[in-house]
Design a protein around this ligand. Structure first.
Ligand code: ATP
Ligand code: MG
Length: 382
C-alpha cells in the first residue's frame, strides 16, 4: 500500500511517530481529517492537549472522552456520513485506573487498590505505564466498534519505541523479581509464605513507618494481595495489545522535518520499528521549503536582474531583494537535499512518502490543517 487514501481505508490504527517538534500532532490530525473525509469513522488520539489543534477542529477543548467535532465544522471540512471525526486526549493515569477496574476481582477490591498509596506511587512509576496505558487506550478504542480508524499521536520522545515496548515492559515488570517476591514470598506461594515475608520485612517496614508516618506494611500487603488477582489479566491484555500493534491492522508513519538530524532520526526509527516487526507504511518529511512556482525566473536570476530591479526599487532594495531570494533558494536546495533521499528510499521500498511544505503560519485553523491534509493525500507526490 503506497498511498495514504488506501491506507486509511485498510487499517484500524495509524500511529505517527518521530522526533520531537517535527509535526506528529499536526500530521495525526491531518490524516484523521483525510480519513473522515473519505468516509471513515475516525478518532484522533492526541497526547498533546494543544489549544491550536482544538481550535483548528472547532472544539472548545480536547478531553479524555472522545468528542465529535461540531456539525458545522464537519460540514466546512467536507465530512459527511458515514465519515465522522472525533478527538480525544490520552490521559494515562485514568486509563491505568480503568484497567484496575477491569481486572480487579470485584468492585470493592478495585476501590481498595485505587485508594492504596502504594498503587498510586506504583502506577505513576511503573516502567512504561504511561506508554502502556496509551496503548491500552488505543486497543480499547480500536476494538470497541465505534470507530473504523484510530489515528494515534505519540509523545515527543527520543525513545520513540517506548510505547511499542510498553506491553513487554509491563509484562516484564509483573514477572520481575520484585513483584514475584511480593506475590510469592519465599519458595511457597501460600498465604503462610506471605505472612512469613511480611514478618521478615516487618522490621524494615516498621522503621519506614516510623520515619514516614505512613502505614506502609498494611498498604503493601493489601496491595500485593489485591494485585495478585490482577496480574494474569494484565499479562494477557498486554499480549493482546502487542498483537494489535504489530499486527496487520496497524500501520506506522514516521514523521520528521527538513533538518538532517530529524531525517536521520526518522531513518533509525524506521529501522528499529521494522526490526521489532512493526509495519512501517510511510514517511512524512514536514516543513520542507519550496520555491514558489510563480517565481521560477527568480531562482537563478540573470546578470541584468539587479539593474532591472533597481529601476523600480532603487539600488539598495534591489540588492537586498536578490540576497533574500538567493538565501531562500539555498534553503530550498538544502531542504531538498536533506529530505529527497529519504522519500526516494521509502518509495523504492514500496512505502508511501510525502514532503509537506512549510506553511507561512503555524497550523492553527481549519485552512492550515486542510492544507496539510491535501498534501498528505495528494495523488502525485512531492
Ligand atoms: N508544515 C508546517 N508549516 C508550518 N508550521 C507547521 C507545519 N507543521 C507543523 N507546524 C507547526 O509546528 C509546531 C509543531 O508541530 P506539532 O505540534 O505537530 O509537532 P509535534 O511533533 O507533535 O511536537 P511534539 O514532539 O512536541 O509533540 C506547531 O506549532 C505546528 O502548528
Ligand atoms: Mg505532539
Amino acid at each position: 500500500v503506497s498511498d495514504l487514501a488506501r491506507l486509511v481505508g485498510l487499517r484500524r490504527v495509524i500511529a505517527c511517530v518521530g522526533p520531537g517538534g517535527v509535526g506528529k500532532t499536526t500530521t495525526s490530525a491531518a490524516i484523521a481529517l483525510g480519513a473522515a473525509r473519505r468516509g471513515r469513522r475516525t478518532l484522533v488520539l492526541t497526547i498533546d492537549p494543544a489549544r491550536r489543534l482544538a481550535d483548528a477542529l472547532g472544539l472548545p477543548g480536547i478531553g479524555a472522552e472522545p468528542s465529535p467535532i461540531p456539525a458545522a465544522t464537519a460540514e466546512r471540512l467536507g465530512i459527511s456520513p458515514p465519515g465522522a471525526l472525533s478527538a480525544a486526549m490520552l490521559d494515562s493515569k485514568r486509563t491505568f485506573d480503568a484497567l484496575v477496574d477491569r481486572f480487579a476481582p470485584d468492585r470493592a477490591s478495585a476501590a481498595r487498590i485505587l485508594a492504596n498509596p502504594i498503587y498510586q506511587h506504583l502506577s505513576d512509576a511503573l516502567a512504561g505505564s504511561a506508554e502502556y496505558s496509551a496503548m491500552e487506550k488505543v486497543y480499547e478504542v480500536a476494538s470497541g466498534g465505534a470507530y473504523d480508524l484510530v489515528v494515534l499521536d505519540t509523545p515527543p520522545s527520543s525513545h520513540a519505541l517506548d510505547f511499542l515496548e510498553a506491553p513487554a515492559r509491563l509484562t516484564g515488570f509483573l514477572e520481575s523479581a520484585l513483584v514475584q517476591r511480593l506475590l510469592h514470598p519465599a519458595a511457597s506461594a501460600s498465604r503462610l509464605g506471605l505472612r512469613w515475608f511480611q514478618r521478615g520485612a516487618h522490621r524494615a517496614f516498621q522503621l519506614m513507618e516510623r520515619l514516614s508516618g505512613v502505614a506502609f506494611l498494611e498498604d503493601i500487603s493489601e496491595f500485593v494481595l489485591a494485585f495478585e488477582g490482577m496480574a494474569k489479566g494484565f499479562r494477557e491484555r498486554a499480549a493482546e495489545v502487542e498483537r494489535l500493534l504489530l499486527g496487520p491492522a496497524c500501520a506506522f508513519i514516521v514523521v520528521c522535518d527538513r533538518s538532517p538530524q530529524t531525517v536521520s532520526g526518522a531513518e533509525r526509527l524506521q529501522a528499529r520499528l521494522a526490526a521489532r516487526g512493526a509495519r512501517v507504511a510511510g514517511v512524512v518529511a514536514n516543513r520542507v521549503r519550496r520555491w514558489p512556482p510563480g517565481l521560477q525566473g527568480w531562482r537563478d536570476p540573470s546578470p541584468g536582474a539587479e539593474d532591472a530591479l533597481a529601476k523600480t526599487l532603487g539600488r539598495e532594495a534591489a540588492r537586498a531583494a536578490l540576497a533574500a531570494l538567493a538565501g531562500y533558494a539555498d534553503a530550498v536546495s538544502r531542504d531538498d537535499a536533506a529530505t529527497g533521499p529519504l522519500a526516494a528510499r521509502a518509495r523504492a521500498n514500496g512505502l508511501f512518502a510525502r514532503r509537506i511544505a512549510e506553511l507561512r503560519r503555524d497550523v492553527h485553523d481549519l485552512e492550515g490543517l486542510a492544507a496539510i491534509e491535501h498534501q498528505l493525500f495528494a495523488a502525485d507526490p512531492a
